[in-house]
Design a protein around this ligand. Sequence first.
Ligand SMILES: [Zn+2]
Length: 226
Amino acid sequence: MQHQAFKLTITRSKRKTLVIYIRDEGVEVRAPLKAPQNWIDEFVELKKPWILKKLKLQQQKNSERLKLEEGEAVLYCGKPYLLKLSQGKNQVRLEQDSLFIQARQLEEGYLKKQLQQWLLQQAKESFEPRVWQIASTMGLDDKVQDVRFRKTKTKWGHCTAKGVLQFNPLLMMAPISVQEYLIIHELCHLKYMNHSKDFWALVQKHCPDYRESEQWLKQHGHKVWC
Ligand SMILES: [Zn+2]
């Protein structure tokens, strides 16, 4: 059977069921070691409308991803700034409605690094103190071991059982209300290491509008991913 609409990869492993993952490069089916090919084909055929819908959505999201080109809009604390690029000593700064990136190289990968470093610096200066402040308001500051920043591929935040809170510096691009929600979300994990009803009730108690922030992340989160 042909699946011309997308590239299909089959990964076999010791599992019992079939599962489909939408990847950047196409579609991956994870299948049991001895799953017959026609079983996989039928499954994929059955799921085709769903797969096509997901691929289209992914394509759209990819096209909305942050591009570091002159005149593009870059978010900082939820507000769009006009990107202005120039060659020179590495430096990033905000001025009125513009975000200036001056860099030794104007190549996109290099520019991204400059922006990421700047966001990390901003996160340390303005985000970290808010983590401690909110932790103290919630009476949880004695449970926080450390606040760290790390750019990961998929996560905004993470909390370890030992009380280390880790945040993605890219969240500096999100509105302040979303940043605070992410802080509260991770802090609530100090009490519940899961996403149970009790966990969400605690989130809601400290962040009554958390659903709006979740919605923002769903709608715009991919736009700041660089
Ligand atoms: Zn969580």
